[in-house]
Design a protein around this ligand. Structure first.
Ligand SMILES: C[S@@+](CC[C@H](N)C(=O)[O-])C[C@H]1O[C@@H](n2cnc3c(N)ncnc32)[C@H](O)[C@@H]1O
Length: 231
């Protein structure tokens, strides 16, 4: 099935509210556990004060978990959609004084200027969940990783993967989005069709000079890119 991109930024009010209210806790939890495993199986550790970036952080669901799990690290969630960053910031304000190690920043990764990125350089961990399929030029994500990662940084990107046939899209929508609000049903379908296959992501990584990262299909609808950045 051919890829059909969807809009990059999630900024429509109904879309942002539905997304922020949805329960993605089991997927969010599994991203954190996978990152923990990746760090745990490496001889490198995360030192206090290390920087963790959550790219395309949306309403902050994963950024909050990162900040709670690694309280001695500084977590920055980045998103290019002002509405998403507003919701993430409101949530954070309601959680203060906890989460002193978490902040958000409005950055469109497809059109960033190096000036805006200076404080983000040297990250020890770079994570994204459900970002890659939004990008019209996916190499941007891999350029960002190379620009921002410190040597030996842990890198974990989880996303949907594109099914081979439209009938598989129907099956997945029926399996996972039947009870969801209509805006989320629509977005889930569009995201599956906008997603990349593991083979396409492999090619993107090879082109970016990031062949060291592993790409794996996970379960019936995800793919994962992970590894440690060695320049
Ligand atoms: C499907 S949401 C995922 C949110 C969050 N990571 C999660 O797992 O719940 C994708 C997010 O990526 C953001 N995004 C898409 N393209 C982006 C870009 N070029 N720069 C920054 N953020 C982007 C969207 O605005 C949206 O908030």
């Amino acid at each position: 099935m051919q890829r059909c991109p969807e809009p990059e930024l999630m900024n429509a009010p109904d879309q942002v509210i539905a997304y922020a209210e949805a329960d993605f806790s089991s997927g969010d939890h599994s991203v954190i556990e996978r990152l923990y495993e990746l760090i745990d199986e490496s001889p490198t550790t995360l030192s206090p004060g290390s920087l963790i970036l959550d790219l395309g952080c949306g309403p902050g669901n994963i950024s909050e978990r990162l900040a709670a799990r690694w309280p001695l690290s500084n977590v920055i969630g980045l998103d290019g959609a002002p509405s998403m960053i507003n919701i993430a910031t409101q949530r954070l304000n309601s959680l203060r004084p906890a989460f002193q190690n978490l902040n958000y920043k409005l950055v469109d990764l497809s059109h960033y200027s190096v000036d805006k990125m200076i404080q983000l350089k040297g990250a020890s961990v770079i994570v994204s969940n459900s970002l890659l399929h939004h990008l019209h030029h996916p190499q941007k994500l891999w350029d960002c990783v190379k620009e921002l990662a410190a040597p030996n940084a842990f890198v974990l990107h989880r996303d949907l993967r594109r099914p081979s046939h439209e009938r598989e899209v129907d099956v997945l929508c029926d399996r996972y989005a039947r009870q969801a609000p209509s805006v989320l049903q629509r977005d889930f379908r569009a995201s599956l069709i906008a997603a990349f296959t593991p083979e396409e992501v492999r090619d993107q990584l090879d082109l970016a000079g990031l062949s060291q990262f592993r790409v794996e299909a996970i379960g019936d609808r995800y793919l994962e890119v992970c590894g440690q950045w060695c320049p």
